[in-house]
Write a protein that binds this ligand. Structure first.
Ligand code: BGP
Length: 504
């Protein structure tokens, strides 16, 4: 058999992805307000108390959300790094984009920091300095031939909307988000075509980590037993806001005459497999997939699945789904599906017929797969599986807007970094994406791995959990020169992009 080799369609987007709060730094520059990413959740970050990162990643609602600290307090405690300085991309973007251009990238995903545009979230007028910054930022990318792909809400809403309004559980958030959306779409919609509303809407709702809990449900002024109901309520408001953002995108598309302009609502996709061929495990895994991806159903199909409405009723959850909401959801489904892909999971059945899926329950290791140092099971075939599952269900074009391998990298004395593990991870995943495109016929618009350049980990706050093709010389305490170095994966990706996917 000849070696497998596939060419991607013309115009395929080969890029990378990052998020503002993980790499921009400049947390208080040019009028930026405090975001939820700027409040540290004392006691959860590994460099403060030596707690294992995995523990933070799996934190539950219990005992959280009252412990956040304003950035100014953290400075006094010596714990302000790394979120607030990031890798200083806010200032270094011209040189960093030049490195990415040299890598051959034709696309780059980032997020707009909401707090640069509306520092508190509820102002009457936007912050012009913030808007002007992203003008320069996008213009730089476009001048280099790099297509911007932009997330509106990547884990960093204004903190004021949490303290003052209780976060997304409050319906008023819909207005604040749509106002912000309209401002940035009208400003950049002529130049920026690919948009998405919320980053990993399902993850930020389901995993009650401190940071994300703030976003959903505000401060911890509610009873623990209400947490799940609030999560659904907050999700509903986010979904209506997202549908209205699709509507705004379609209006702006006409207004500015950019026919390419389109909006997605991004989800985190990790396939969930049954533990055995026992039909009860099959049923559990089937429903667990739906319980994990129903946000995608609402965004792409425009309505709530019946099993979920039954679930609300069964638990007596009062989710305020009005007739007007239903119409908004039905009329404004997403234009494309954007998703992240890192790993897969395995679950087994229990005796609850309502199949209340939580990752910490009935969860098994997959004996066929290896794990990263952070316990994420590496599953390249799962990417092909996931592409097929989503396309079959939602029937939309798809964009892979995150896929990557977090690892400790070693900077050698000659400034090289031999990250063959990362190359292998991407090779195997790209091959499976290419099989999905060429053999299965799935329309994939682009591959934007996490990430072009090292930055702060979202789940652990570490700098040393690195994902980039470009190394940044900083450690978990913010020490280092900040200099950029090309990893071996940089050269590998460069070849892949130049050959449009044929040279794996
Ligand atoms: C996704 C997030 C990103 C990102 C990535 C890697 O969940 O959208 O913001 O950071 O995962 O995760 P981590 O940084 O926690 O290793």
């Amino acid at each position: 058999m000849t070696k497998e080799s596939y060419r991607m369609p013309d115009g395929f987007l080969w890029g990378a992805a990052n998020a503002a709060h993980q790499f921009e730094g400049a947390w208080d520059v040019d009028g930026k307000g405090i975001s939820i990413a700027d409040v540290m959740l004392a006691g959860t970050k590994p460099w403060l108390n030596g707690q294992a990162p995995a523990k933070y990643a799996n934190a539950t609602a219990a005992g959280l959300a009252t412990k956040h600290r304003l950035v100014t307090d953290q400075v006094e405690e010596g714990g302000n790094y790394p979120n607030h300085r990031g890798i200083d991309f806010y200032h270094t973007y011209p040189e960093d984009f030049a490195l990415m251009k040299e890598m051959g990238m034709n696309a780059f995903r980032t997020s707009i920091a909401w707090t640069r545009i509306f520092p508190n979230g509820d102002e009457a007028e936007p912050n012009e300095a913030g808007l002007a910054y992203y003008d320069r930022f996008f213009d730089k990318m476009l001048a280099l031939g790099i297509e911007p792909v932009v997330t509106l809400n990547h884990f960093e809403m204004p903190y004021h909307l949490v303290t003052e309004y209780g976060g997304w559980r409050n319906r008023k958030l819909i207005d604040f988000f749509t106002k912000y959306t309209r401002v940035v779409l009208e400003r950049y919609g002529d130049r920026v075509s690919y948009w998405m509303t919320h980053n990993e809407i399902n993850n930020q709702a389901q995993y009650f980590s401190d940071h994300l809990m703030l976003q959903n449900s505000g401060l911890k002024d509610y009873d623990e037993s209400d947490a799940e109901e609030l999560m659904y309520l907050a999700s509903h408001h986010e979904l209506v806001a997202s549908a209205l953002a699709v509507k705004i995108a379609h209006e702006v598309k006409e207004k500015v005459g950019n026919p390419k302009l389109q909006m997605a609502n991004m989800i985190a996709m990790n396939p969930i497999y049954p533990h055995t061929s026992n039909p009860a495990d099959q049923m559990a895994a089937y429903r667990a997939m739906e319980q994990t991806y129903w946000w995608g159903d609402v965004a792409a199909r425009g309505e709530y699945p019946k099993w979920l409405l039954n679930y609300f009723e069964h638990h007596n959850f009062k989710i305020d789904i009005t007739e007007e909401d239903k119409q908004i959801l039905a009329e404004n489904t997403v234009d494309y599906v954007a998703f992240s892909y890192y790993m897969s999971n395995v679950i087994g059945a229990d005796d609850n017929p309502w199949i209340d899926f939580r990752l910490d329950k009935n969860h098994f290791d997959n004996e066929f797969l290896e794990k990263s140092d952070w316990g994420w099971q590496i599953d390249p075939v799962g990417l092909r599986w996931a592409l097929n599952w989503m396309y079959d269900r939602w029937d939309k074009e798809m964009m892979i807007v995150e896929n990557g391998f977090g690892a400790y990298d070693q900077l050698e004395s000659d400034n090289s970094i031999h990250d063959d593990y990362r190359i292998k991870y991407h090779q195997d995943h790209v091959l499976n994406m290419e099989r999905a495109v060429v053999i299965d016929g799935i329309p994939v618009m682009g591959y934007l791995p996490w990430s072009g350049i090292d930055m702060i980990s979202a789940s652990t706050g570490e700098m040393l959990k690195r994902y980039g093709f470009i190394f940044v010389d900083l450690d978990d305490a913010g020490q280092g020169s900040g200099k950029r170095y090309k990893k071996d994966s940089y050269y590998w990706y460069q070849k892949l992009v130049h050959s449009n996917g044929t040279e794996l």
